[in-house]
Design a protein around this ligand. Sequence first.
Ligand code: GDP
Length: 338
Amino acid sequence: MLLGAQRNGPVTPAGSASGGDRTHGAGAGTVPGLVLLARGGVYRVELAGGETVEASLRGRLKLERRTGDAVVAGDRVSLRLSEADGHTIEAVGPRGSEIARADPRTRGRRAKVIVANVDQIVAVFAHARPAPNPRLIDRFLVLAEANNLPAILVANKSDLAEDDADADADVFSPYAAVGYPVLRTSVEVGTGLEELRARLRDRSSVLTGPSGVGKSSLLNALWPGLDLSVGAVSEAVNKGRHTTVAARLIPLQGEAYVADTPGLRELGLWGIDPADLDLCFREFRRFVDDCRFARSCSHTHEPDCAVRAAVEKGSIDPARHASYAALLEELTERAAGV
Ligand code: GDP
C-alpha cells in the first residue's frame, strides 16, 4: 500500500480497521490529507501539494480519542480548511495496517495504536557502537511478523565491523539465512546507501532501532535536503508525559515516508497470542506441525518437539530459540495479568 499514491485519493467511508462509521460529517468542502504527527490534540497534516497545516479534531472524533486512537500518524483524513475557525479533521479513512504497542498507562495490557498504514519495518542496528542486541532484533521482527509486514534489517556502521571477511559469521548473518533482507551500510564510507534508498522509495516505512545506530545519519546521507540534526530521529517528539508513544511521519523525496516511532523502543508486543508466537519466528513454521502435541506445544519442554529437535540438529539458531522462549514467557505473564 503506497501512502503517497493514496493521499490524493478519496477517504473511503466506513469499514475502518478500528471499526464503526468514522466518516460522519465528511463531504463537501473537505480536502484529503495525511497525518504526519499527532500530539497533544494538535495534528500536523500534509495536504496533497505537500503543504502542511495544523488541525484539530471535530467533536465526535475527539470523543473517540479518549477511548482509543481516533487519529494517529499515517492516517488519511478529510480536512475542513478554515483560517477563521481553525482547520478541523472531519473524518478518518480505513487503515491498511496498524502498529500498536502496549499502553504503559494500563500496565501493558491495552493496545495503543501508534502509527497507521505503514508498508514495512526497517530495523536499524550497528555493527558496533552500540553493539547489536539480537534479542531486540528479534522483538522488531516479531512485531513485523505479527502485523504481517515485511521487515528489513539494516546493519549500519559496517566500517566498524571487526573483520569484513567475517561478515558471514556475525550477529546479522542468521537473519539473512532465514530470509530477512540484511543491508550492510556505512554512512562513513557510503556503503549500501543506494540499496537502502531503493528499499525506502515509494512506500511508508517504520524506521526503528536503538539510539545512536545512525538512523538520522542514514536519512541525511540519502536525502541531504532533509537536514535532520544528527540524533534528531526519535528525540524530537520524545519529550513530555505521553509523547514516548507519539510517532511522526517524515516525508522524504519521491513519495517515501519514514515513520519515526520512539514508542517502539521499549516495545510492548501487544496483541500477540502466546500460542501464535512460534509462527512469528518464520524459520520455526515448517516444524511446528510435527510436534507430538502439535499446536499446543510451547517448544520449550514438551517431549518430541520438532522445533527443539531442529535446534539440536542445527537447523534453527539456538539464539533465536532462546529469544523465542524469553518472549513467550513475557507474553504468557502479560496474558495472565501478572
Ligand atoms: P540515531 O540516534 O540512530 O539517529 O544515530 P545518529 O544518526 O545520531 O548517529 C549516532 C552517531 O553515529 C553519530 O556520531 C554519527 O556520526 C555516527 N555514525 C552514523 N553512521 C555511522 C557509520 O556508518 N559509521 C560510523 N563509524 N559512525 C556512524
